[in-house]
Write a protein that binds this ligand. Structure first.
Ligand code: GLA
Length: 399
């Protein structure tokens, strides 16, 4: 995944590919183009839907959409990363025949229309260099890119928070994933050179500088994708809700695990599984706030140590890791130049994120992948990522 031989970006930037793809697939000139980044979460995992804290950064990988209105009665989308496969839908609610990859677009257009945004029927080309299914929010990037492009096509702008919320709803109602809001917030509000410490209850955030002189960020894709991901995700959410219901019996002020304390969890007589889930959330919230503080004060090694603790908690208490990710993190932890590492995103496969000493990302990435290959016989991929800006509409006359 090193940039020079990037299998996810074989032919230039997603924006360029989307423009060219629209011409190739439909013979149309783009009337609007937009791009939105993927994200990597540095710490604060499975805390967003518990109204806690997260520390993601948008990355320099994105999904781009080029659109033009059509005169027909269907919206058509060509997926350039799927051999230009074309899906079509009316875009007025969820249709049975829409393939899973096109549901994000179908969701966004349906929800925009439902709130009165006059989106015409359109042709679209979609290109992305965010590795899919790897915990880097490739789907939020697609949702947000479509939302921005289609608003632009309709001649409207929506405020950024509404874009994030509508994109999250598309994921819930059209893709069937009951995700929190972290990914869409990062895709919309990402800031170059910064991660965002987001309070998922107030939805306020504070940009936290990721100074390249202090640390670099590395993503290592284990290459494995476990099917249980979305079922287990929903199960974790339900377990957290059950834990809250129990805790609220003792203290009605507890409305989410954000309000819980470790003490209260220990006293509540929760069953052991719920107790571990709740403990992860409470400790992870504290780690996340602390990691942001450490990064702000220039203590990247301190933040790295918290990332390692986060991984252990996700592995043992929240149980969303998998043997491949555990091996990756274990290898990373002993690789020279690595300050800390953990699984990132929903879990059950996908990527690990590592904080590395400046200028050692490349050597560390190579060493991790080589060791992982030796130990498991499997091929991981690494990439250095930089904190990037959130979504943007692109000036269409720029060519
Ligand atoms: C997925 C979801 C997010 C978040 C993470 C876990 O990426 O989309 O909302 O819950 O899992 O932290």
């Amino acid at each position: 995944m090193h940039k020079a031989t990037d299998p996810h970006d074989p032919a230039g930037t997603p924006i360029r590919r989307a423009r060219l793809g629209l011409r190739a697939a439909f013979g149309r000139e783009p009337a609007a183009v937009a791009a939105a980044p993927g994200r990597v979460n540095l710490i604060g995992e499975h805390t967003d839907y518990n109204l806690g804290f997260v520390l993601p950064m948008a990355i320099d990988r994105s999904a781009a959409v080029a659109v033009a209105p059509n005169a027909g009665d269907r919206c058509r989308v060509a997926a350039l990363d799927r051999d230009a496969a074309v899906a079509s839908f009316a875009g007025r609610g969820r249709a049975d025949g829409t393939p899973p990859w096109a549901r994000y677009a179908e969701g966004v257009v349906s929800l925009l229309r439902a709130r009165g945004v006059p989106v015409p029927m359109f042709d679209a080309a979609l290109a992305s260099n965010v590795p899919p299914g790897g915990g880097l929010s490739s789907s939020a990037a697609v949702e947000v890119a479509f939302a921005v492009a289609l608003c632009s096509l309709a001649g409207t702008t929506l405020d950024p928070m509404s874009i994030a919320l509508l994109s999250q709803r598309a994921e819930h109602e059209f893709a069937g994933v009951p995700c929190g809001l972290m990914d869409q917030l990062a895709a919309v509000f990402g800031r170059r050179g910064h991660a965002l410490l987001i309070d998922c209850r107030s939805v306020e955030f504070r940009p936290v500088p990721i100074d390249p002189a202090l640390a670099g960020v590395l993503v290592v894709d284990s290459g494995v994708r476990h099917d249980l991901a979305s079922g287990e995700y929903a199960k974790r959410r339900a377990e957290c809700e059950r834990a809250v219901a129990e805790l609220a019996k003792a203290d009605p002020a507890v409305r989410s695990l954000r309000d819980a304390t470790e003490d209260a969890i220990n006293r509540a007589g929760l069953d052991p599984t719920l107790r571990r889930r709740a403990r992860h959330v409470v400790r992870e919230n504290a780690r996340t706030i602390e990691a942001a503080r450490l990064l702000e004060s220039g203590d990247a090694p301190g933040a790295g140590r918290l990332m390692l603790e986060s991984h252990v908690s996700l592995r043992d208490d929240y149980e969303v890791s998998c043997p491949e990710l555990d091996t990756l993190v274990e290898i990373a932890a002993t690789t020279p130049g690595v300050l800390g590492a953990r699984m990132t995103g929903g879990g059950f496969g996908g990527c690990a994120v590592a904080l590395v000493e400046p200028n050692r990302a490349e050597a560390a990435g190579r060493a991790i992948v080589e060791n992982y290959g030796r130990r498991t016989g499997q091929q991981a991929r690494w990439m250095a990522v930089e904190p990037a800006n959130g979504a943007s509409a692109v000036e269409t006359r720029a060519g």
